[in-house]
Design a protein around this ligand. Structure first.
Ligand code: MF3
Ligand code: CO
Ligand code: CO
Length: 259
């Protein structure tokens, strides 16, 4: 496995791209309301990335993806294609933003709750957020890549949730998806990869309230749970540092929620 080690100059560009991705999520937050279509959210983000940030929305035309952001609602797991679906009270929604600035990517996603979510939905969203941070907490020099997935799976299953296996986190830099693959479940093979300062990758666990199994819809992109139970995902881009980890897509005042 050839995992690139970023130079200080590259790391600075990754910080900029990460910050821009965060800014897009902050910008779009007030628009996430009952009645808005995911298509409108896509258009607002696209225009902001292109015109205000003078950056590139990485998903647009990526392997044929037709839109600039991913919007995954309720039992949609990831890669939801924005369209004329209107958000309704109680929906939970992941918005996943990836921008390219000065040749480097920033990739982050958050869950949003529309109106008043059910207790069950709120709980899943919180558990998924804790799973993300349990993964982040494993990151430090000399840790094994596999520590991330092992910790996430253990926590998710202790809460009677399941971890999606078909999609994973990934190295990030000049390329959208580079090595390593960051699996969010127990995976002894990843034991061989020792984390080193200068590595940059995403952690983005998809956590299901029901069974882990997923399928892809006829649009060839939208991934949904087979059992139609809800799914939640959060994503950060991280840098391995000498001291441990730097989260490149931290939002203002965001703190690790774990004790
Ligand atoms: N942003 C997603 C990720 O976290 C990838 C989206 S690929 C797309 O890796 F083509 F669906 F946009
Ligand atoms: Co990603
Ligand atoms: Co993403």
């Amino acid at each position: 496995m050839a995992v690139s080690i970023k130079t200080p100059e590259e790391i600075e560009k990754m910080r900029v791209a990460g910050r821009l991705a965060v800014d897009v999520l902050d910008m779009i937050t007030p628009y996430i309301q009952v009645g808005v279509t995911t298509f409108e959210l896509d258009r607002l983000c696209h225009d902001y990335i292109v015109n205000v940030q003078q950056a590139i929305p990485a998903p647009l035309n990526y392997k044929g993806f037709p839109k600039s952001i991913c919007t995954s609602v309720n039992h949609q797991v990831c890669h939801g294609v924005p369209g004329n679906r209107k958000l309704k009270n109680g929906d939970i929604l992941n918005i996943d933003i990836t921008v390219i600035k000065d040749g480097y990517h920033g990739d982050t996603s958050r869950m949003f709750m529309v109106g008043k979510p059910s207790i069950r939905a709120k709980r899943l969203v919180e558990i998924a957020y804790e799973c993300l941070w349990i993964g982040i907490r494993q990151v430090r020099p000399l840790a094994h890549l596999s520590d991330i997935g092992t910790a996430i799976q253990r926590y998710a299953e202790s809460k009677n949730c399941s971890v999606v296996r078909e999609y994973c986190g990934h190295g990030l830099g000049r390329k959208f998806h580079e090595e390593p693959q960051v699996l969010h479940y127990r995976n002894p093979e990843a034991k061989a990869l020792i984390l080193q300062p200068g590595m940059t990758f995403t952690i983005e666990p998809m956590i299901n309230a029901g069974k882990r199994h997923v399928k892809v819809l006829a649009d060839k992109w939208t991934v949904v749970t087979k059992d139609h139970n809800i799914s939640a995902q959060w994503e950060h881009t991280v840098l391995v540092t000498e001291q441990g980890v730097e989260v490149l897509t931290l939002r203002a005042n965001e703190l690790c929620p774990l004790p």
